[in-house]
Design a protein around this ligand. Structure first.
Ligand code: MN
Ligand code: MN
Length: 461
């Protein structure tokens, strides 16, 4: 063999995904990304993503799974977990004792939650106090357009949904930063301290009502909230209101190859799973799609991936089809569909270039996440990686490998470990992201599309 032939047969030669796409695939990718962008515009919180999913799933014939229901291959069911997370399944031809093919993503994203008692006035400006949720760089949240999303349980027990800042005619909200002229002290601080948690106060207004007192601006804001939503101040005590970046998912770059939006992590994988499970017909093994909450704070709580709401759903599926849930888990496979860090030449020193995911190289398969000596990682086996590799290759999906930065640079985790703890073979995979956890994150259209194809291939494996 010549050196050239040896190189070709022995060495890897990763190529940009655009060298592999046909014109028809490009057109499909573009229309997929339009649908994804519309989903992103409609869903900025886990509640909104759950509500959207219920609505779309029902249109496609999915029914709420109720205990005692009989299920046969091809049946489509879902369970809405308290409006905060959702699980869907399409019953396969084979028994659930032979396992399910699961894709698990999360639909919560880093943001600023309102404190329980948020509304105050200082120097005749009205504000909301916030407490950040998930891993953010606090300085990124000052001086950008913000919106208010959430629900409030009012005193009379009724629920009202709040959205302010997304319509063209809506006002936006903002957090201030200090003018550079007076920032000599601030600029000496570390980036972690330049804007501190208790400075993430959201400006609500500046126009006092007529009358006496030191709360006339606050009172004005409360009056407006009362007129629009019927709220009184104590209603904040039973609310889930959150501050997110205002605005829509936009194409990024002169070639329009990228998408910029709030919360690609991890609604980009959530949407990929949904389109996949909506378009698989009757699979061989039962397909399960999970959109979890609370991943950004450790997958804890009743709507997080550690919750036994997953077991309850799987138990009901298994019971309805006369299978054992533990046997099902033992034979199942889970793609933990979550984003990875795309290589960013601006911060090249934080990554091992040979092992990092790249924009436009397809869905990124991550053997392990974790930190230090793989601490907290699920660390998929050679067999699990082999299963994913052969499944994706067979389906013609463009894929690449990913790791989370240089050794000892930092780290993180996904829901993978919690699925693997249940005796389910699990591998991490997802869309590479630039500026992860920033108010606006960037992904490539090609990677979004290939991740949907990867979910589909896993469901049909
Ligand atoms: Mn994530
Ligand atoms: Mn995240």
């Amino acid at each position: 063999m010549t050196t050239e032939e040896l190189r070709e047969s022995l060495l890897m030669a990763p190529k940009n995904g655009y060298t592999k796409l046909s014109d028809a695939q490009r057109a499909e990718m573009e229309s997929y990304c339009k649908r994804y962008a519309a989903f992103m515009d409609a869903c900025k919180t886990e509640r909104e993503a759950t509500a959207w999913t219920v609505q779309e799933a029902e249109k496609l014939g999915f029914k709420a799974l109720v205990p005692g229901m009989e299920l046969k291959p091809g049946d489509k069911v879902y369970r809405n977990n308290r409006d905060k997370s959702i699980m869907l399944a399409v019953i396969g031809e084979k028994s659930l004792n032979e396992g399910a093919n699961i894709c698990a993503a999360h639909v919560d994203s880093p943001r600023l939650d309102l404190k329980p008692n948020p509304l105050y006035e200082d120097s005749e400006i009205a504000y909301f106090k916030t407490h950040y949720y998930g891993g953010i760089k606090k300085y990124q949240w000052a001086t950008i357009p913000l919106a208010l999303h959430g629900v409030v349980y009012r005193k009379d027990g009724s629920v009202v949904t709040v959205t302010i800042g997304e319509e063209e005619s809506d006002p936006i909200l903002m957090i201030s930063d200090l003018l550079p002229h007076l920032a000599a002290d601030q600029m000496q601080k570390t980036a972690a301290k330049a804007i501190e948690g208790e400075q993430l106060n959201v400006i609500l207004g500046s126009q006092p009502l007529e009358g006496e007192g030191s709360d006339l601006t606050k009172l004005h804001i409360m009056k407006l909230l009362n007129e629009k939503y019927g709220l009184i101040e104590s209603d904040f005590l039973s609310a889930e209101l959150t501050i997110v970046p205002a605005g829509k998912c936009r194409e990024v770059g002169l070639d329009r190859s990228l998408l910029g939006a709030y919360g690609h992590d991890d609604r980009v994988c959530a949407y990929a799973e949904l389109e996949a499970i909506f378009n698989i017909g009757t699979p061989a093994k039962t397909a399960v799609c999970i959109l979890a909450d609370k991943e950004e704070i450790g997958s804890v709580g009743i709507s997080g991936m550690q919750s036994t709401c997953f077991e309850t759903f799987m138990h009901d599926l298994c019971h309805a089809t006369k299978a054992s849930m533990y046997r099902c888990f033992e034979n199942s496979f889970c793609l933990s569909a979550d984003v990875s860090n795309a290589f960013d030449p601006n911060f090249a020193e934080t990554c091992d270039r040979r092992n990092n995911s790249l924009l436009n190289y397809g869905v990124a398969i991550c053997k392990y996440t974790g930190s230090r000596g793989k601490g907290g990682a699920s660390d998929a086996s050679a067999e699990a990686m082999g299963h994913v590799r052969s499944t994706l290759e067979k389906a013609g999906v463009i894929w690449q490998i990913a790791t989370l930065g240089k050794v000892d640079q930092g780290g993180g985790g996904t829901v993978a470990a919690y699925m693997a703890n249940r005796n389910i073979v699990t591998v991490d995979a997802g869309v590479p992201v630039i500026s992860m956890h920033a108010p606006i994150e960037i992904v490539s259209k090609l990677d979004c599309y290939e991740t949907m194809l990867a979910c589909k291939a896993i469901y049909l494996a």
